[in-house]
Design a protein around this ligand. Sequence first.
Ligand code: NAP
Length: 457
Amino acid sequence: MAYRTLNPYSEQMTREFPEHDDFQVEMALVRADTLFQSTWSKGERAPRLAVLARLSDLITTNCDLLASTMAEEMGKPLFQGQMEADLCAGIARYYADNADEILKPQPVTSDVGEGWVEYHPVGVLLAVEPWNFPIYQLIRVVAPAIAVGNPVIYKHASIVPQCAALFEDLVRQAGAPEGAVTNLYISSTKVAELIGDDRIQGVALTGSEGAGSKVGARAGEMLKKSTLELGGSDVFVVLNDADLAKAVQGGIFARLGNAGQICTGAKRFIVERGIAEAFTQAFVGAMQGAVMGDPMDPQTLLGPLASREGLEGLSGQVEEAVAHGATVLTGGKRADRSGFFYEPTVLTDLTPENPAFYQEFFGPVALLFVVDDDEAIVALANDSNFGLGGTIYAGDITRARALASRIETGMVFINTPTTSRPELPFGGIKRSGYGRELGDVGIKEFVNRKLVVVSNT
Ligand code: NAP
């Protein structure tokens, strides 16, 4: 796909970027690998953490520019882009402040002698990232990599080339040397070639199951470590004793934030029968009342979808769901206006025979189910090919905790929509992928956990 900025609100293409050629790709590899052999990667950690601290400040200073570039390229409402930039500044700061502690050698008790595990960089990483959180997806890989000493080459989604370049520029401004972080405009074919290159030692991909399967397979073939952060169809459970207003407000943000294009967005609403009528009425009303409009307008909650392809795909999914018996409680079609807008939609009466039952809806479409007890909640929640996140709204926290333990996903949040913070490990199971990003777990995905033992004999 060609790299270009096509504003999803105006539907106008504003900029195009040529792909990097073979020579430029080779130069990127040479610079990254040369840096890996240098004291930048193999020496003291302090200079790298100082870069992260400055990067955090620079992201904060450039918050509005980052947010407006996201709005222009993929339609994220301005205040949501500012929230994303804040989170990114926090991630850089978190690793600047905590990497020394997280990466300090861990003692191992053994009858052989005194042992410990040290954490060393492994080499150049390749990151393949999606457009939905254009800066956050990058920093989830780049910040821990800088802390560890792994150079990163990234291929960003072809619809966010300016975000891709802006981030690289900020990292350089923060003082990272040439080769530490490199943005390449390249094709999927080139990604496969790069994974085969000896200088690449690991691959992190966030994206669809299709891309994950291809990249994961190629990494396996070349015996390279990979992490995959893929799709999800997260549940949003509302129990009878939940705070109704909080659940509705949380549900709206969890389904309409980023126009519903969040891997951990609430996609399947599972509501207990005693609260079902009240919740459905309030939730459908709030969906209908969501302010849709120009992402650059601070009042906008719901912007356009990021691309025409996304809009067409979602429209087709809803049509297919209805053709197989789903009932539309509100929405159900493209909004009657220019831009790639889709109406906030609630579907119900979905059976496992309906293809929609097992699909991820990457847009403002909620699937609503009414159930009678915990067994039904767990059965429905776990009847999914995905296993990313999930949310439970409840008054009785003991019951919610027990349910959380039984839901087969990588993350569950109680009484708050699924969210991301620098210190919280993020990732899933099943077809949502493998590995974790962020927190102390994420930074240890691409390290050499080197064991050293001094014999006691
Ligand atoms: P996508 O098509 O898989 O694109 C993601 C990235 O992979 C892009 O850079 C894309 O490049 C690249 N790509 C696509 N096919 C590839 C291939 N065969 N080889 C190498 N690279 C390839 O994903 P999307 O549909 O844009 O993004 C939405 C998906 O990502 C959803 O399923 C969502 O749930 C998931 N997601 C998951 C997380 C998480 O943390 N678990 C977070 C965000 C999104 P091009 O743009 O050039 O095609």
